[in-house]
Design a protein around this ligand. Structure first.
Ligand code: GTP
Ligand code: MG
Length: 366
């Protein structure tokens, strides 16, 4: 098999884009008083308090496992499925049975579907062991389904148990991956389940980040803890955890910046936020949720490694699976990392977040 070609592919996927440089915008809303409010439960002048039900637009996830829920997943994964299944069908055009050349083409198809070299190689070696029993494209799809499922099943995991109150989740990721949107979707879901949610606007770096989060807080019926633009994000996170403890909130979702002057600065800032959360509540944060953008393909894998080494990641949310043919990255992520994939984002709307379910995902892929 063409291992030289694989090496080339692998090398081309190693780089990670540096977070872009951006400075806080002076026009961001200012809140001089809030910075000082470290006392437990003090709402602070600039905090948007939004009551739950009446602001909630009523678009919510259907119950897990329902037909509509699965149909939506299937629809949203259509680009990945199309490129994948069309490729599989064309492999078998005019042939019966698996040949070595076909396996080589299949490996290329898997890699271009963004499963990654390591995962594709593993799948091919498994399929080649079964090759004599595979006579047509349908049999190949069945075999692939089975093997993909077995590769991803062990590393997926349902939502983390919320044993403590508040359950503090720090949300990480490079710029534009969908952190704020994912927080909004998670907050909406938790509010709907009757939980009291506090969102912390600890991205004080990007212009308009706080306003964007305030809209999501309002939509989802969550409280927002915010300081002025350019304030210390660690102080915002601290205040949010303190406020959550004082008010008996169930969940704190902490939004963080995705871009800052340099990658090293970003990691240092995130570490500082983490330490500050632990000062407010010793065993927190209970989760560090890394958001990855599926459209970036293999780059997502590099980002996951970088954040995990620097901060420690407990779970992944993979967004934008609706807008890409690179959905195979889900398989690569599950197979290559020892970090559970918890959520998948399949659209921009509040209901477009699902728990990652390996069986359902594989069914939707073929
Ligand atoms: N199609 C699609 N778009 C999404 C999804 N999740 C987020 N987006 C879009 O991605 C864009 C960026 O989302 P944000 O939530 O602002 O990303 P962020 O990581 O908070 O970005 P920064 O704050 O700049 O670091 C927005 O236009 C979102 O609507 C998804 O699952 N599918
Ligand atoms: Mg954001």
């Amino acid at each position: 098999m063409a291992f030289g070609w694989f090496k080339k592919k692998q090398d081309s996927h190693q780089d990670i884009k540096d977070p872009e440089i951006s400075l806080p915008d002076e026009s961001d809303s200012a809140c001089p008083a809030a910075n000082a409010s470290k006392a437990a439960g003090e709402p602070g002048e600039c905090e948007a308090k939004v009551s739950g039900e009446e602001n909630f637009p009523g678009v919510l996830p259907e119950p897990t496992g329902s037909e509509g829920f699965f149909k939506r997943l299937k629809n949203r994964l259509s680009r990945t499925r199309k490129s994948f299944t069309q490729g599989l069908d064309s492999l078998f055009a005019g042939k019966s049975g698996v040949t070595p050349e076909m396996l080589e083409d299949l490996e290329e198809l898997l890699i271009t579907s963004d499963l990654g070299v390591e995962t594709a190689t593993e799948l091919i070696s498994r399929i080649s062991r079964k090759a004599t029993g595979i006579r047509d494209a349908e049999a190949l799809k069945l075999a692939l389904k089975e093997e993909i499922r077995s590769l991803i099943v062990t590393l997926s995991e349902k939502q983390a148990q919320m044993k403590t109150r508040p359950h503090v989740v720090m949300v990480l990721g490079v710029n534009g991956v969908g952190k704020t949107t994912t927080i909004g979707k998670l907050a909406a879901r938790a509010s709907r389940e009757g939980r009291k949610v506090i969102i912390a606007a600890a991205d004080t770096f990007r212009a308009a980040a706080v306003e964007q989060l305030a809209i999501w807080a309002e939509r989802s019926g969550a409280d927002l803890v915010r300081h002025k633009a350019g304030a210390d994000p660690a102080a915002v996170a601290y205040d949010a955890v303190e406020a959550a403890r004082a008010r008996g909130a169930d969940i704190v979702l902490i939004d963080t910046a995705g871009r800052i002057h340099t990658k090293a600065n970003l990691m240092e800032e995130l570490k500082k936020i983490k330490r500050s959360i632990a000062k407010a509540m010793p065993d927190a944060p209970h989760e560090a949720l890394l958001v990855l953008d599926a459209t970036t393909g293999q780059n997502a894998l590099s980002q996951a490694r970088l954040f995990n080494e620097s901060i420690g990641v407990t779970g992944i949310a993979m967004t934008k699976l609706d807008g890409t043919a690179k959905g195979g990255i889900v398989v690569g992520i599950c197979h290559s990392l020892k970090i559970p994939l918890r959520y998948i984002g399949i659209g921009e709307q509040i209901e477009d977040l699902q728990d990652f379910d390996p069986d359902r995902f594989v069914e939707a892929l073929f």
